[in-house]
Design a protein around this ligand. Structure first.
Ligand code: FAD
Ligand code: EPU
Length: 346
C-alpha cells in the first residue's frame, strides 16, 4: 500500500478543485483495502474509495482517507460463443475499451472515452450512444470490508437503472468493487441507432469505425478534463410522465424527449439549461460549458463554492422556467460523508 504524502486532491479528481484530504493512499490489491479498514492508523477516519474522481465534487476539505483504487489486471477467456473478461477495478475504463478494439473484441466501443476506472463503471451504470454497462456486464465482485468476504453479484442482482445501481443504495457503504466481469458475444452486433452513428451501414461498418466515431463525437462535444476541469454531465436527464410532457409541448413544441416506457419519457437536461440562456454563464471560476450546457466547468480558478452556487442557479432557473427539478449526477462529498445540493446551505 502506498501512502501519498502530498494531500492535495487536485490531481485525483477531474474538476481540479484545490482541496485536501487528511490522507491519500493507493490500494493495489484486496489486502490493501482490508488493511486500510482495519489498521488502527485509519480507525476513526472516514473512508472514500476513488477511481479517477471523474464523477465527484469535493465540496470542502475531506477529513478522512481517500483510497485510490489501483487493482490492475485483465484476464481473457473464451467460450465457443463469447469473450469473457475479468478486469481489476483499478483498470482505466477507456484503456480497456481500446484493449478490446485492438483485439477485435466488440461490445464496449460505444462507451469509449468515458473517463474513470472499471470498478466505478457499474456504480452509475455508465452509458453513452445507446449502450449502458448493464448490456455488457456479466458480474461485479464486491469486497465487504467488515466481513472481508468477496461476493459476486450477477448483472441481474445489480439493479441497474438509468445512472443507477445497487451500489448507490444497499451496497453503498463498506462495499468496494474489486473486479468486473464482461461477456462479449463473438458475433459482433454494432449498436449504431444513436444519431450520428446511424450514418453507418449496418452491413459494412467496422468495430474500429464505431470506436473512432464515438471518440470523435465526444472530443467535439465535451471538454477534456485535462484542459478544462469538469465531471461530465453535471445533472441527470429528468424522467417525467407523458402527461407532463403533453403540457410542456404546448409552450415548447421543440422540446426533445426520448421514450423510456409506456408512461415515461426522458428530457434532455442540456436543452432545458440551454433554453434558460445559461450557456457560458459564470459564477466566480465556475462556468456552464459554452458548447454543452449540461457540463459545468472549472475555468481554472473555481472553488467548490463557485460550482455549488452555479449548480444551484441552474437548478433554480430550470425549475422556474419549466417546473422541472434537476438532480445532480455528480456525487458531492462533504468533510466526512456524501451530501447533496439540496442539503447545502445557500
Ligand atoms: P469516481 O468519480 O472516482 O467515483 C465515483 C463514485 O463511486 C464515488 O462516490 C466513489 O466513492 C465511488 N467509487 C469509485 N470506485 C469505487 C469502487 N471501486 N468501489 C466502490 N465505490 C467506488 N458517465 C457516463 O455514464 N457516461 C458518459 O458518457 C460520461 N462522460 C463523461 C465525460 C467526462 C468528460 C467526464 C469528466 C465524466 C463523464 N462521465 C460519464 C462520468 C464518469 O466518467 C463516470 O461516472 C465514471 O464511471 C466515474 O469513474 P471514476 O473512476 O472517475 O469514479
Ligand atoms: N442540447 C442542447 N443544448 C445543449 C446540450 C444539449 O440543446 O447545450 C440538446 C442536444 O441538441 C440534443 C439533446 O440536448 O438534442 C441531448 O444532448 P446530447 O446528445 O449531447 O446528450 P446529453 O443528454 O446531453 C447524455 C449523457 C452523456 C452521454 C451522452 C451520449 C446524461 C446525463 N448524459 O448527454 O453522459 O455521453 O448522452 O449518449 O445522461 C455523463 O453522464 O457524464 C455523460 C456525459
Amino acid at each position: 500500500m502506498k501512502v501519498l504524502h502530498d494531500r492535495g486532491l487536485a490531481p485525483y479528481h477531474t474538476f481540479g478543485i484545490d482541496v485536501t484530504a487528511k490522507q491519500i493512499v493507493e490500494a493495489e490489491n484486496i489486502d490493501d483495502f482490508i488493511h486500510i479498514w482495519h489498521d488502527s492508523n485509519f480507525n476513526n477516519m472516514s473512508k472514500l474509495v476513488v477511481g479517477h474522481g471523474s464523477n465527484l465534487l469535493f465540496c470542502e476539505a475531506y477529513e478522512g482517507v481517500v483510497i485510490l483504487n489501483r487493482i490492475k489486471g485483465i484476464t481473457l477467456t473464451e467460450t465457443s460463443s463469447s469473450f469473457c473478461l475479468h478486469v481489476g477495478g483499478g483498470e482505466d475504463w477507456h484503456q480497456l475499451v481500446r484493449w478490446c478494439v485492438e483485439r477485435n473484441i466488440g461490445g464496449l466501443e460505444n462507451l469509449a472515452l468515458i473517463p474513470g476506472c472499471v470498478g466505478s463503471s457499474p456504480i452509475q451504470n455508465i452509458g453513452a450512444y445507446g449502450v449502458e454497462l448493464k448490456d455488457v456486464c456479466q458480474y461485479v465482485d464486491v469486497l465487504d470490508v467488515i466481513t472481508q468476504e468477496i461476493k459476486r453479484y450477477d448483472a441481474a442482482s445489480c439493479q441497474f437503472g438509468y445512472r443507477d445501481s445497487i451500489f448507490k443504495h444497499q451496497l453503498k457503504d463498506g462495499h468496494i468493487i474489486v473486479a468486473v466481469g464482461f461477456c462479449l458475444p463473438k458475433i459482433w452486433q454494432p449498436k449504431i441507432t444513436y444519431v450520428p452513428l446511424n450514418q453507418f451501414d449496418l452491413a459494412t461498418v467496422t468495430l474500429q469505425q464505431v470506436f473512432d466515431a464515438v471518440c470523435e463525437i465526444r472530443q467535439a462535444k465535451l471538454p477534456d478534463p485535462a484542459v478544462i476541469g469538469n465531471a461530465g454531465s453535471f445533472f441527470k436527464n429528468p424522467i417525467i410522465s407523458k402527461k407532463v410532457l403533453k403540457k410542456l409541448v404546448i409552450d415548447y413544441p421543440a422540446i426533445p424527449s426520448y421514450g423510456v416506457d409506456e408512461q415515461h419519457v426522458k428530457l434532455a437536461a442540456g436543452w432545458l439549461i440551454d433554453q434558460c440562456g445559461l450557456k457560458g454563464y459564470q459564477i466566480g471560476g465556475a462556468k456552464v460549458h459554452p458548447q454543452q450546457a449540461l457540463v459545468l466547468t472549472n475555468i481554472g480558478t473555481a472553488t467548490a463554492q463557485d460550482v455549488i452556487q452555479l449548480a444551484r442557479y441552474v437548478v433554480d432557473s430550470v425549475a422556474t422556467k419549466f417546473d422541472i427539478a434537476l438532480e445532480h449526477e455528480v456525487r458531492f462529498m462533504a468533510a466526512n460523508v456524501e451530501t447533496h445540493l439540496a442539503e447545502i446551505q445557500a
